[in-house]
Design a protein around this ligand. Structure first.
Ligand code: FES
Length: 108
């Protein structure tokens, strides 16, 4: 079953792009250049993006349009990146975010 979002009513369509490699929590995965990071993660079966501060509960796709921050992850060392609106680039290094991240600007 393919979980890739190729045509989104709000975010638009993913043009067929070249396949690139990104690293997620130390594991290399395939992604389409230009698709949203979250779409690439879902297509690879990764559904948890961060863990909440107080209860350490997992969070993943919720709004899908950049409004809720449930998809926030650490991307190339930068915390609190909303992966549902951030395009994939070759060689990105993505990490699951635990708690507030380095800057601490996410609230539950
Ligand atoms: S899923 Fe809500 S901001 Fe990304």
């Amino acid at each position: 079953m393919c979980l890739r979002v190729d045509d989104h009513v709000i975010l638009g369509s993913n043009e067929p792009g070249k396949t690139v490699e990104i690293t997620v929590d130390g594991k290399k995965i395939q992604a389409k250049e230009g698709e949203k990071i979250l779409a690439a993660l879902l297509a690879n079966g990764i559904i948890v993006n961060r863990y909440t501060v107080k209860r350490k509960e997992p969070r993943g796709l919720f709004c899908g349009i950049g409004q809720c921050t449930d998809c926030a992850m650490i991307v190339n060392g930068k915390p609190n990146v909303r992966t549902c609106i951030t395009p994939v680039k070759e060689g990105m290094v993505i990490e699951t975010q635990h708690g507030l991240g380095k800057r601490g600007d996410i609230r539950d």
